[in-house]
Ligand binder design. Structure first.
Ligand code: HEC
Length: 231
């Protein structure tokens, strides 16, 4: 038979245990009971990886417009792996390799690099349509993917753009609509790692996100004297 003293002691530890549970032990115990990892004990990187790839919170088997599935998009290519590893600060040798690979990826139109239609280019630069997954995926058979430039760049005075990248307002006035500028802008849109290794700017041409025609239209939006960018 239990003595009074031991009994009191047992009651006290049970009370203490419930306080510990209330104070934060509950999730861990619950997670551990269910055989799941304890989020509180995971590094931010491991947690992010777990939530994306293992927890089942995204439908990673959903087909993606470019072919393959959402899961395939989570797999880093060599450039992303290297840039993640060096936290986007490649040393001179790595930067040289990235620049060389980016240059080699660029396909040019025949002849001079053309400017397209700046009005169409404006719609593309200010559009976020294309390659989106989730419950209502974009349908490229009814509408072409756009460029998403506005998310990172200020473009024209009429609307507010993002500031992750430099402002491109007045770009044509400042840089001049020359063959050299056109080549630079084309290459920047096609694969910006040719100039900024491990940049945040996407590889719109190299990854097949924008066609050469769409790039020409967006270039016209940046460089044409009548475009709102240059007013
Ligand atoms: C995710 C953000 C992001 C998106 C989207 C983006 N850019 Fe950029 N862009 C940048 C950053 C950042 C830089 C500066 C390079 C650096 O420091 O990495 C840049 C630089 C540039 C430059 C060179 C600016 C200069 O000083 O000459 C041009 C031109 C440019 N972007 C055009 C575009 C166009 C056109 C689009 C849309 C097709 C676009 N960008 C989409 C982030 C972005």
């Amino acid at each position: 038979m239990m003595s009074r003293k031991t009994n009191r002691c047992a009651t006290a530890s049970a009370a203490l245990a419930s306080i510990v549970l209330i104070l934060g032990g509950y999730t861990a115990t619950h997670a551990e009971e269910a055989g799941k990892p304890d989020y509180a004990k995971m590094s931010p990187e491991a947690l992010a990886e777990h939530l994306i790839l293992e927890s089942g919170s995204f439908d990673l088997d959903q087909p993606a417009q470019e072919g393959g599935t959402a899961r395939d998009r989570m797999i880093q290519d060599n450039l992303q792996k290297l840039c993640s590893k060096v936290r986007n600060k490649p040393n001179a040798e790595q930067a040289g390799q990235i620049i060389a690979a980016a240059r080699a990826s660029i396909q040019y139109p025949e002849g001079e690099i053309p400017l397209g239609d700046w009005k169409k280019g404006g719609d593309l630069a200010w559009g976020g349509f294309g390659y989106r997954l989730a419950h209502n995926p974009d349908d490229h058979s009814t509408r072409d993917p756009s460029g998403n430039c506005y998310n990172c760049h200020a473009l024209s005075p009429q609307r507010t753009g993002g500031d992750l990248g430099p402002s491109l307002r007045g770009y044509g006035i400042i840089r001049g609509n020359t063959e050299a500028t056109r080549r630079f802008v084309y290459e920047m849109i096609y694969n910006p790692h040719a100039y900024f290794p491990c940049t945040h700017m996407p590889r719109m041409g190299a990854k097949g996100l924008l066609s050469q025609e769409a790039i020409a239209d967006i270039m016209a939006y940046l460089l044409h004297p009548e475009s709102p960018v240059n007013q």
